[in-house]
Design a binder for this molecule. Structure first.
Ligand SMILES: [Zn+2]
Length: 219
């Protein structure tokens, strides 16, 4: 896959991908407007304007944050996501404003690695979903995994879903990535932790009960 480098707009930087035209271009910074127009007791970075040398459109910053034009922001990745998946998730979110298809393809790679971390082989998404479904997951988790698979595929291959016409759809995929991480990793970890905290005697009783049940089934 072609690596696309995207430098999100950053306060005070000379160059970045413009929030209007998306082109990597030089930015001129206007003097702080706070002292000129507004009450001079405001912080010096209260209101600042940058101008793109490619499209000449203005971007407006308040206290160092870009407020105009509005940016697409996605929720933070679930803490329990493997680091490599988190990195792909963040890269995908960064590139979303300029290429929803590239964003979807990166998220697909993240899903592939995530599935490898929860019992799949991390190579074939479809086979891994089959394996995970066979091990027993809620139908919503299976649906979420399949939605991610199908959307990811349309980012990687020409498909019936036109991602570039609906970046909002890709936007929803980040929520689904967090959802499946919660179901496949976070909740399992929490339950295992609580179970481990039970008194040894009780855990032994449970283990021998289930061992006994298994023997009964065999009879
Ligand atoms: Zn521009």
């Amino acid at each position: 896959m072609t690596k696309i480098t995207y430098y999100p707009p950053e306060y005070g930087k000379d160059e970045f991908n413009c929030a209007h035209c998306k082109v990597f271009a030089h930015q001129s910074w206007g003097g702080s407007l706070s002292s000129n127009l507004l009450n001079s007791s405001l912080p010096s970075d209260f209101l600042t304007v940058s101008k793109c040398r490619h499209c000449y459109e203005l971007s407006i910053w308040i206290e160092g944050s870009l407020v105009y034009p509005a940016q697409i922001t996605v929720e933070d990745p679930n803490d329990d996501m493997p680091d490599e998946v988190k990195k792909l998730y963040r890269e995908s979110a960064q590139i979303l404003p300029i290429s929803p298809r590239a964003a979807a393809a990166l998220l697909r790679l993240g899903l592939q690695i995530l599935l490898g971390a929860v019992g799949g082989d991390g190579k074939n998404i479809n086979n891994d979903i089959k394996k995970i479904v066979a091990s027993g997951v809620e139908s919503e988790t299976q649906k979420a995994l399949d939605i991610l698979r199908v959307f990811g595929n349309s980012g990687a291959h020409p498909g019936e879903i036109k991602l570039d016409e609906d970046p909002g759809l890709v936007h929803k995929m980040y929520g689904l990535m967090n959802y499946v991480t919660d179901r496949l990793i976070t909740q399992k970890n929490q339950i295992n932790e609580l179970f481990e905290g039970l008194p040894e005697g009780i855990k032994n009783q449970i283990e021998s009960r289930d061992g006994k049940n298994k023997n009964e089934e065999k009879l």
